[in-house]
Design a protein around this ligand. Structure first.
Ligand SMILES: Cc1ncc(C[n+]2csc(CCOP(=O)(O)OP(=O)(O)O)c2C)c(N)n1
Length: 570
């Protein structure tokens, strides 16, 4: 039998705990809090209002906690410092699970401040009370609890350390459960402009991961010549490009690697891997490969030796579970790769040059297809670009031109490749960076998070364009094996109904309903000029009407034609 806990009145008042928590976070370098309305979280709301009035904290208000936590993800990715998310007890906390999972798999430090009822109310049927102290299970680096009336100091230290990560554990999400007992309001004589915050010195967030970029690549110790390729997966960073350039190697870079630039980056690498696969001897992997089966085949090929650059623990796989050998020493990495034989990089560049007109010939000149959208948006050099999951990120992977200088910082929720939370992530990126942010996504991805367009009155608006490539359903499944099942009609209309989930939303009505401006775009020129014309604080929904009809045939044809190219003669 569990012991009955009687109501208590001792210990410190809830608002005092909330103030201690927020001031410790500010001192540690956390600048942003996303908060959703609720009663149990009231002490955090009042303390946040005070800290904001004192200019120590930026407070963002979102109604839906799922949206709030994805916004926090975007804020963290834009600022580099963790973001706190606060909400009331009960199902409100459960709404945060998807963003916490994404943060877990990308090593993004998010701090969940989950308001909770005191222990004496748990298990009694008290409203909005549930067992939530370890709700996030394996998806948080630490789950800490501060019992009502207690000082949060020890739990805060542990929470900040877990958010930061260390040489063994990557940074990541943390839950700090705060049990609050009534009264939940501030003292009768306190005011929002309290002097109490003037002494709090905002700190600078420092974590082991912050100091890692900018490796200086040494010269190889011997003259080994090898046909090595560099694969830059998600979040590889510009050092992957610097490495490829240093050794004269071809670079296969996903758009959200932020390494997809220079003449070393092979634009059409994905369909071209089949052409050069047998010649490749070694692979050096940076970041996380997430986009394509050809890269999966490359990394699995029995004749290829591979290593992964891992100067710090990676959040996306468990040690010992991948084939590539982890390397943390720059000299060892350089020696493994060796230098490229004459003609190696040039061979890939020539293939790429041949691929371009073949792809262009398969494009309808007047149609704004996925690849054309990718080219236009990439060339527009958007400061913060977010690519939704599914086809659109692959369109960028195929078509984004690496020779365009200074392309935008490119984000994507590749931790779990979910189609959830994409609009809210963009809102967070924009709020955190203060820059024009463009999020590009399919219509089902848009529909999944459409309610995140709601903007509560009085909140400062960031500058965001949500571009929806609207082909009336989830098209990606037609390019996978399900497209074949569909074509065979063995399952009748099932693939269309159960996978594509066709829809005919009225995007204009949705945009107007939420107070966004609506734009329908049919040509490259219209898209380009619209993207360059925004004004700060604009929230715009840009619809590109499209068709899924010929997508499967187009994909098969392009892959066939590029896969048949011969390796260039020396
Ligand atoms: C949260 C979540 N639910 C389901 C999926 C599976 N899924 C992957 S792509 C996709 C359809 C996406 O459709 P759309 O956004 O229109 O993009 P398109 O496939 O047309 O490129 C679905 C349901 C997922 N990745 N994440």
């Amino acid at each position: 039998m569990t012991e009955r806990v009687s109501a208590q009145q001792d210990g410190q008042r809830a608002i005092t705990t909330a103030r201690e928590v927020l001031s410790a976070l500010i001192a540690a370098g956390i600048r942003d809090l996303v908060i959703s309305p609720g009663s149990r979280s009231a002490p955090l709301a009042y303390a946040a209002a005070e800290a904001e009035a004192a200019g120590k904290l930026r407070v963002h208000v979102r109604i839906d906690e799922r949206s709030a936590s994805f916004m926090a993800l975007g804020l963290t990715q834009a600022t580099g410092a963790p973001t706190a998310i606060a909400a009331t007890s009960g199902s409100a906390i459960g709404q945060m699970l998807p963003a916490v999972m994404e943060a877990n798999h990308t090593g993004t430090p998010l701090l969940v401040l989950s308001a909770d009822r005191p222990d004496e109310l748990h298990g009694t049927g008290a409203s909005q009370s549930t067992r939530q102290k370890t709700l996030f299970g394996e998806h948080v680096r630490a789950a800490l609890n501060v019992p009502a009336g207690n000082s949060p100091a020890t739990a805060l230290d542990a929470a900040l350390a877990a958010l930061r990560g260390n040489a063994q554990a990557p940074a990541g999400p943390v839950q700090l459960n705060l049990q609050f007992r009534d009264p939940l309001t501030p003292e009768d004589d306190s005011r929002v402009e309290t002097q109490a915050w003037t002494g709090i010195e905002p700190g600078d967030w420092a974590s082991p991961g912050t100091q890692l970029s900018g490796t200086a690549w040494p010269q190889p110790t011997d003259a080994a010549v090898r046909r090595t390729v560099v694969v830059a997966g998600h979040a590889a960073g510009p050092e992957a490009q610097a490495f490829a350039q240093h050794l004269g190697l071809p670079l296969f870079a996903e758009p959200s690697s932020n390494a997809r630039f220079s003449a070393h980056a092979i634009r059409h690498y994905r369909p071209l891997i089949a052409v050069g696969l047998e010649r490749i001897e070694r692979v050096v992997l940076f970041g996380r490969p997430t986009l394509s089966r050809p890269v999966g085949r490359l990394l699995a090929a029995a004749h290829i030796d591979s290593v992964i650059w891992e100067p710090a623990p990676a959040p996306w796989y468990e040690a010992g579970r991948r084939r590539e050998t982890p390397v943390a020493d720059p000299q060892q990495l350089v020696d493994f790769a060796g230098t490229a034989p004459r003609g190696w990089l040039e061979g890939w560049q020539q293939l790429d040059a041949q691929a371009q007109p073949i792809r262009a010939a398969l494009q309808e000149p007047e149609t704004l297809d996925g690849a054309a959208v990718a080219e236009e948006i990439w060339n527009a050099r958007i400061p913060q670009l977010l690519l939704g999951s599914s086809n659109i990120v692959r369109d960028f992977d195929l078509a984004a031109d690496p020779s365009v200088p200074g392309a935008s910082t490119c984000h994507a929720n590749r931790g779990l490749a979910g189609i959830d939370g994409t609009i809210s992530t963009a809102l967070g990126l924009a709020a955190g960076s203060g820059q024009h942010t463009v999020a590009v996504m399919g219509d089902i991805t848009f529909a999944h998070d459409a309610s995140s367009m709601l903007w509560t009155l009085g909140e400062q608006k960031p500058t965001v364009d949500v571009v929806v490539y609207n082909d009336g359903g989830g098209a990606i499944f037609s390019t996978l094996e399900h497209g074949q099942v569909d074509e065979s009609r063995r399952y009748g209309n099932s693939v269309e109904r159960l996978f594509a989930t066709p829809q005919q939303m009225d995007l204009r009505a949705l945009a107007e309903g939420y107070g966004w401006s609506y734009h329908r775009v049919l040509t490259r020129a219209e898209l380009g000029s619209l993207l360059s014309s925004g004004t700060p604080g604009d929230l715009r929904l840009i619809e590109i009407p499209a068709s899924r009809q010929a997508l499967r045939a187009h994909h098969l044809e392009l892959n066939k034609r590029l896969g048949e190219l011969p390796w260039p003669a020396a």
